[in-house]
Design a protein around this ligand. Structure first.
Ligand code: ZN
Length: 80
């Protein structure tokens, strides 16, 4: 599980610098290929934090031993 956490961290580092776009949008690329952005009710920083937390959760949940008590049912029914 420790390796899964490290892998999630390295696979989801931001790439390059934040880019300012039209209408006040700010985006930055993630190493996984997803573009992180601000929105009407969230900041770019909040999206980065959520993205990293989701990646960490998915990696740990995948690597966790069978039978371990869980807060979230696993496997998930649907992912992006
Ligand atoms: Zn990512």
């Amino acid at each position: 599980m420790r390796r899964a956490k490290v892998r999630a961290a390295t696979e989801h580092t931001t790439v390059g610098l934040a880019q300012a776009g039209a209408g006040g949008t700010v985006t930055i690329a993630c190493a996984c290929g997803m573009t992180l952005t601000n929105g009407p009710t969230w900041s770019l920083d909040e999206h980065i934090r959520l993205h990293r937390a989701e990646a960490r959760f998915l990696a740990l949940a995948q690597a966790a031993p069978p039978g371990i008590p869980r807060l979230v049912a696993w496997p998930l029914r649907q992912t992006v």
